[in-house]
Design a protein around this ligand. Structure first.
Ligand code: F6P
Length: 323
């Protein structure tokens, strides 16, 4: 393999830059040319492809966001879009790809490989940590720390005013951010998409805590919880406990930005090296990940369709520690 492309796709995540840097430098180390594809599949279709050298990735290991930019491309979901992307890769003589992203990114890569045979190795880059085949995804650790920092501040004001705060954290299909935030932030309740918990249980838990003279409360809601987002949950609770002074905070995209933590820089660098070396060794349609501290390559099919389960022990911890 003489020339590869690298791109970031889907929601950005802190550490993506560290991963790009590792991909570029590992490729150069192995004598392979590297091209950066801007704006994910969207830039691949349009031919927004630029040569990267070692200085292109200098001074980015510590920066949030992604120098290659990111996008969610509707056009790549069509055969016509994928054909255009393939033509662009052929024009640029790109023989293999490193795709940094999440579920949607790998679904696209799998389809692309099926149709056009371009080998791709994936790097798990998403704050959601919802990918099977790696204990942690790039950006997750930073996002949890960012959310937790905000939650600590909310706790201060909640305590001063004897209020309940319903705090929404990211995670469309996953409670991976919500759970450590609940444990680390001392929340009374956590609501996650992976586990059904009725509003009645939430109300009962809050009523019991109020009887014990607790005066401030934190309820962490993952945005994809089936009872609804934090605003919906808060409204339902306020109907049942009108005397409770409640507020809602949506932490939002702050969770996606900022300098990556040490853990994310390390993970991103490890995975970036592994992705290129996987390609060099003839791998395709797999994601590089770390499971039990060991490097593993998991087929895209499994990363997409196998469900990474939440840790039930952690859910129990929230219950015990909020007594
Ligand atoms: O996949 C990462 C993520 O941040 C999810 O947690 C969230 O639901 C989604 O992206 C938001 O996407 P967008 O920035 O496109 O609104």
């Amino acid at each position: 393999m003489k020339r590869i492309g690298v791109f970031t796709s889907g929601g950005d995540a802190p550490g993506m830059n560290a991963c790009i840097r590792a991909v570029v430098r590992t490729a150069l180390y192995h004598g392979i040319e590297v091209y950066g594809i801007m704006r994910g599949y969207s830039g691949m279709i349009k031919g927004e492809i630029v040569r990267l050298d070692t200085t292109s990735v200098a001074n980015i290991v510590q920066r949030g966001g992604t120098i290659l930019k990111s996008a969610r491309s509707q056009k790549f979901m069509t055969k016509e879009g994928r054909q255009q992307a393939f033509d662009q890769l052929v024009n640029h003589k790109i023989e293999g790809l490193v795709a940094i992203g999440g579920n949607g990114t790998f679904t696209g890569a799998m389809k692309f490989e099926e149709e056009f045979g371009i080998p791709t190795v994936g790097a798990p880059g998403t704050i959601d940590n919802d990918l099977y085949g790696t204990d942690y995804t790039i950006g997750y650790d930073t996002a949890v720390n960012t959310a937790l920092d905000a939650i600590d501040k909310i706790r201060d004001t909640a305590d001063s005013h004897d209020r309940a705060f319903f705090v929404e954290v990211m995670g469309r299909d996953s409670g991976y951010i919500a759970i450590p935030c609940a444990i680390g932030g001392g929340a009374e309740i956590v609501l996650v998409p992976e586990q059904q918990q009725s509003i009645d249980t939430v109300i009962e838990t809050l009523q019991t805590a109020r009887k014990r003279q607790k005066s401030s409360f934190l309820i962490i809601v993952a945005e994809g919880d089936e009872e609804g987002n934090a605003t919906i949950v808060a409204n339902k609770v306020k109907e049942a406990i009108p005397e409770m002074d409640a507020r809602v905070t949506v932490i939002g995209h702050i969770q996606r930005g900022g300098a990556p933590s040490a853990a994310d820089r390390l993970l991103a660098s490890q995975i970036g090296i592994a992705a290129v070396e996987g390609l060099v060794n003839g791998m395709r349609n797999v994601m590089a990940g770390i499971v039990d501290r060991k490097l593993v390559y998991t087929p895209f099919h499994d990363t997409i369709y196998k469900k990474k389960l939440i840790n039930q022990g952690f859910m129990r911890m929230v219950e015990i520690l909020s007594v």
